[in-house]
Design a protein around this ligand. Structure first.
Ligand code: GLY
Length: 442
C-alpha cells in the first residue's frame, strides 16, 4: 500500500505517524512534509495547486491512496480532480468543502436545514454601511467573520461595539484579508465550552473520533489573540453521552443528509466546531479536514488500523468499522516561536528533540526545518507539538509537559494551562458507528 499525504504541518506528521504504525506497513510519501515526517516517509516537493502534477506523481509512483490534509487544496478542487482520474482520495469535493471555504454558504445551509448555529446576517464587501448599522442595532459582544479562508484569522470576536466597528472597517473597507472578506458574516456571540468533533464519512455512513478541545488563544486563561491552536486534549468530558446523541441527531446527521440532498455528498472528514451553549450544542464552524492540533490528540487514541480507516473514507466501508470506545486520554502542548501569532523570527536551533522518550509521548513537527549541517531549526510560528497518551488526562498532561521541559529554542512559548478545563470531569465517550438511513437514502 502506497500512500501520499498532502501537507507539511503537525497534523500531517500525526497522520503519517498513525499510518506508519499499521501492520500493513504502508510506504508513505508526504508533500512537502517536514523533518518529523522525514523519519517515517519520503518527503517530496509537489505543488498541491498543480493538480495535473499531483496526478502525474500518483501515477508514476503507483500511489494507492491520497490523503489531503489542509483545506486550501480541498476548496480548490484537488479531490475532484483526483477522483476524475480514478485515484482514491480522502477529502471532500470542492462543492462539499464550501462548508469551510464559504462561511456564508455554511450559515445559509444550516438555516435551510434547521441546524443550530448563532443567528447571523451576511453582507457583501461593498455593504459596510449596512453592516455597521446592523452591529450598532445588535450591540456587543458580537462576532465578525470573513466568509472565505483566512488561515485562522477570519473570525473576530468583538467584546465592544468599537471593536466590531473596527473589524468591519478593516475587513470591508481596508480589505485587510482581501477576497476572503468579499462577504462578511456578522453573528451573535455564543457562550459555553468549545468542542471539536471529527466525523469520518464515506458519504453513506459515519463514525466519530474522540471529541477534542482546542486552546485557540495565545495566552493562559484564554486571553490574547487567536492562534492556529496552542494545545488540545481528548476526550473532552464536557461532551457528555447525552450531548453526543443530540449532536448526532440535530447536527451531524442533518448536515450529511442535507449535503447529500443538495447533490453534494460530503465524503472525507467533517470537522464540526461546536459551542456547548446553555441552550444546547450549536455550530461555531464547519471545516472540511482534521484540525491542528486536535489531530495530534485524536489519532493517538484511535486503536484501529489507520490504513483501513482512511481507506474506508475514500473507497467506502465505513459501516464495517467499529471504532473502539476510548478508555485513555491524550493531551498535546504546542511550542511556538516568540512573537507568534504576530511576527516571529525563524532559524533558532532546537535542542532536546533526540532525548529518548516513552513510546506514549510523541513530538510532532510543524514549523521546523533541517539546516545544512543536519540540525533542526525553527521555521514557523507553531514549531512543534508534544503529545502524550495515558490512562488519565492528568497523566497525559504530566507526560507532555515533562517532555516540553526538555525541548528548548530561543524565545519558545507555550501555554501552561492546556487541559485544565478537562480535569476532574467524568469520562464516558462512545465512538460507535452510526448507520443513518436518512443519509443512505438516494
Ligand atoms: N484547531 C483549529 C483548526 O484546525 O482549524
Amino acid at each position: 500500500m502506497r500512500i501520499l499525504i498532502i501537507g507539511g504541518g503537525g497534523r500531517e506528521h500525526a497522520i503519517a505517524w498513525c499510518l506508519a504504525k499499521s501492520p500493513q506497513k504502508p510506504t508513505l510519501f508526504v508533500a512537502p512534509g517536514n523533518p518529523g515526517t522525514h523519519e517515517l516517509a519520503t518527503n517530496i516537493t509537489l505543488n498541491a495547486q498543480n493538480s495535473a502534477g499531483v496526478v502525474s506523481f500518483v501515477k508514476d509512483n503507483k500511489i494507492d491512496l491520497v490523503i489531503i490534509g489542509p483545506e486550501q487544496p480541498l476548496v480548490d478542487g484537488l479531490a475532484d480532480f483526483l477522483r476524475k482520474n480514478e485515484i482514491s482520495v480522502v477529502g471532500p469535493s470542492a462543492m462539499a468543502a464550501r462548508l469551510e471555504g464559504s462561511k456564508s454558504f455554511a450559515k445559509a445551509f444550516m438555516a435551510r436545514h434547521g441546524i443550530p448555529t448563532a443567528a447571523f446576517k451576511t453582507f457583501r464587501q461593498d455593504e459596510s454601511r449596512e453592516a455597521l448599522r446592523f452591529v450598532r442595532e445588535q450591540g456587543a459582544p458580537i462576532v465578525v467573520k470573513a466568509s472565505g479562508l483566512a488561515a485562522g484569522k477570519g473570525a473576530i470576536v468583538c467584546l465592544t461595539l468599537s471593536e466590531a466597528e473596527l473589524a468591519i472597517e478593516q475587513l470591508m473597507v481596508g480589505q485587510t484579508l482581501g477576497d476572503a472578506a468579499s462577504e462578511v458574516v456578522v453573528e451573535s456571540f455564543m457562550t459555553g465550552e468549545e468542542v471539536s468533533v471529527f466525523v469520518l464519512t464515506d458519504g453513506l455512513d459515519y463514525v466519530t473520533l474522540a471529541p477534542a478541545q482546542d486552546h485557540k488563544r495565545i495566552g493562559e486563561g484564554d486571553t490574547g489573540p487567536n492562534t492556529g491552536g496552542m494545545g488540545a486534549y481528548a476526550p473532552a468530558p464536557a461532551y457528555t453521552p447525552q450531548i453526543e446523541q443530540e449532536v448526532r441527531r440535530r447536527i451531524i446527521e442533518p448536515t450529511l443528509a442535507g449535503m447529500k440532498g443538495e447533490g453534494h455528498p460530503f465524503q472525507g472528514i467533517l470537522y464540526v466546531g461546536l459551542m456547548l451553549t446553555p441552550t444546547g450544542p450549536s455550530v461555531v464552524e464547519f471545516n472540511c479536514r482534521l484540525g491542528d492540533p486536535e489531530t495530534q490528540v485524536v489519532l493517538p487514541l484511535m486503536k484501529e488500523d489507520a490504513v483501513d480507516v482512511f481507506r474506508a473514507m475514500a473507497e467506502g466501508g465505513i459501516e464495517k468499522l467499529s471504532l473502539e470506545k476510548v478508555h485513555e486520554s491524550s493531551a498535546c502542548v504546542v511550542m511556538a516561536s516568540a512573537g507568534y501569532p504576530g511576527a516571529y523570527q525563524k532559524g533558532r536551533p532546537i535542542t532536546g528533540l533526540d532525548v529518548s522518550s516513552d513510546p506514549s509521548v510523541m513530538v510532532f513537527h510543524a514549523g521546523t526545518i533541517e539546516n545544512d549541517i543536519g540540525e533542526i531549526e525553527t521555521n514557523g510560528g507553531r514549531v512543534l507539538a508534544v503529545s502524550a497518551t495515558s490512562a488519565t488526562l492528568k497523566g497525559a498532561l504530566d507526560l507532555a509537559y515533562d517532555r516540553v521541559a526538555r525541548i528548548s529554542f530561543e524565545g519558545s512559548q507555550y501555554r501552561r494551562d492546556i487541559g485544565q478545563k478537562g480535569l476532574g470531569l467524568a469520562l464516558d465517550i462512545n465512538t460507535s458507528v452510526s448507520s443513518n438511513p436518512a443519509i443512505r437514502q438516494k
